[in-house]
Design a protein around this ligand. Structure first.
Ligand SMILES: C[S@@+](CC[C@H](N)C(=O)[O-])C[C@H]1O[C@@H](n2cnc3c(N)ncnc32)[C@H](O)[C@@H]1O
Length: 338
């Protein structure tokens, strides 16, 4: 008897994005792609807000997408995972606006976190980024209908009402005043949740902290990464809260950065704030766990608004096994031990 032929399972948004990005550089001479990446890196190192888009043409945008989008996608996905864990069972955003969305990394992260389709709008001032974002989204059925709209972040920014607003790797490109405007506009527009992601640097963390305060002042509660909505226990200037997402390196990555590592770790800071009652975990692992002989050292941020180190030893049985599996950014203790 012939074995039944099972239909091929649809590719995940992450796989579809990887394939779409790989195809992107096909028509671009490697020298041009490398030059565009070099210019982007120089611009992003400068970190000064500009009054014109950095992503000027298709070569810039293709380089951005191939070089940075896999990393921003993974960082947003990690932040959304943490939000999903703290949200009521079965919650999913019914609509999404991505502000400063560029080529749409956050729209792919939303599609990869929650099943189903939803209206999606991407706002950005760089037309070439929107055009390429639209082109990439054409290969993902759930993003095909997304709207890509030219919009400048500033005092007059208006965001349509939506369940979820994301602002990913944007605040660092804005003036102080525009940063405040975009967070306030996001807080006003979102009916359920606002998620803001920045690079995992001391400056990125500082911008996240300022946004966090604004969101709390606007009536939001923190769903992740903090286990509470009170003040951050980190003394300013002594440390910064950030996390790490593993990213597969593309061939362009390897070409530009050299070396043969198949992956790299993207460091990011984030805040997920919600209008509903969140259920954040009792604690979160805020550094890479240190595994020693017979024990695991966990640095935790707890609901009591304090940072503490917990040593989990073999004597703790199943908890020790869970600690050995625990990763930076995870909730602690695991659901089974609460
Ligand atoms: C580093 S990219 C991040 C893109 C995307 N959100 C991601 O996570 O990959 C920053 C984006 O912000 C956009 N941007 C910067 N300043 C802006 C402004 N004043 N108005 C609208 N978009 C802006 C840029 O065009 C760019 O697409």
């Amino acid at each position: 008897m012939n074995a039944p032929i099972s239909p091929a399972s649809p590719a995940s948004p992450a796989d579809t994005l990887r394939a779409a990005l790989a195809g992107l550089l096909d028509g671009l001479p490697p020298k041009q792609a490398t030059q565009a990446v070099d210019r982007l890196i120089a611009n992003y190192r400068g970190r000064t807000p500009t009054d014109a888009p950095i992503l000027r043409d298709r070569a810039d945008v293709a380089a951005y997408a191939a070089y940075r989008m896999p990393a921003t996608f993974e960082a947003v996905r990690a932040a959304l995972d943490a939000l999903a864990d703290a949200a009521p069972e079965g919650w999913a955003p019914g609509s999404h606006v991505d502000v400063g969305g560029g080529t749409g990394a956050a729209t792919w992260a939303v599609a990869s976190t929650w099943a189903g389709e939803r209206p999606v709008t991407v706002l950005d001032w760089a037309e070439p980024a929107l055009a390429l974002g639209r082109e990439l989204a054409g290969s993902e059925p759930r993003l095909k209908a997304a709207r890509w709209q030219r919009s400048r972040i500033g005092a007059s920014l208006a965001i349509e009402s939506t369940d979820l607003v994301t602002v990913s790797y944007v605040l660092g490109e804005l003036t102080e005043a525009d940063r405040a405007s975009v967070v306030e506009a996001a807080a006003e527009a979102a009916t359920q949740a606002v998620v803001i992601i920045e690079p995992g640097t001391p400056d990125g963390y500082t911008r996240i902290m300022a946004a966090r305060e604004r969101l709390i002042a606007a009536g939001y509660r923190i769903a992740a990464p903090c286990p509470h909505s009170a003040a951050c226990p980190i003394e300013p200037g002594t440390d910064w809260c950030h996390f790490s997402a593993r990213v597969s390196r593309s061939s362009l990555h390897r070409k530009v950065k050299g070396g043969s590592l198949a992956y790299e770790d993207e460091k990011f800071s984030y805040v997920a704030a919600v209008r509903f009652d969140p259920a954040p975990p009792p604690s979160r692992v805020v550094r890479r766990p240190q595994i020693r002989k017979g024990q695991v050292l966990l640095d935790l941020c707890g609901a009591e608004e304090e940072l503490r180190r917990e040593t989990v030893t073999k004597r703790h049985g199943p908890l020790y096994r869970a600690a050995r599996d625990a990763d930076w950014g995870d909730a602690w203790p695991p659901q089974s031990a609460r």
